[in-house]
Write a protein that binds this ligand. Structure first.
Ligand SMILES: [Zn+2]
Length: 87
């Protein structure tokens, strides 16, 4: 009888440790995902200005030429050909 109780205690301890490990693992995973999403968000929300038409747009949608940003390839080409848009 004492042996069965001993086994139950061991079993309960194992389950308890298992649940704790699982929770710790899930928390780490969640932290990693949140950090990852945050990094991605920050990167995509970086705004740049088109040198040709002064439009602001997310860096991920912009076209880069050396140190200059453009909203599209057409504006990059116009800028390189004619300089900034005359207003
Ligand atoms: Zn533009």
């Amino acid at each position: 009888m004492g042996f069965i109780i001993f086994r139950l205690i061991i079993f309960a301890a194992l389950v308890w440790v298992g649940i704790r490990l699982l929770k710790a693992y899930n928390r780490k995973k969640l932290e990693y995902q949140q950090k990852h999403v945050k990094d991605k968000k920050e990167q995509s929300e970086q705004m740049v200005q088109c040198r040709f038409c002064s439009l602001h747009l997310p860096q991920k949608d912009a076209v880069k030429h050396e140190q200059l940003w453009f909203c599209c390839h057409e504006h990059k080409q116009h800028f390189l050909d004619d300089g900034p848009e005359q207003r």
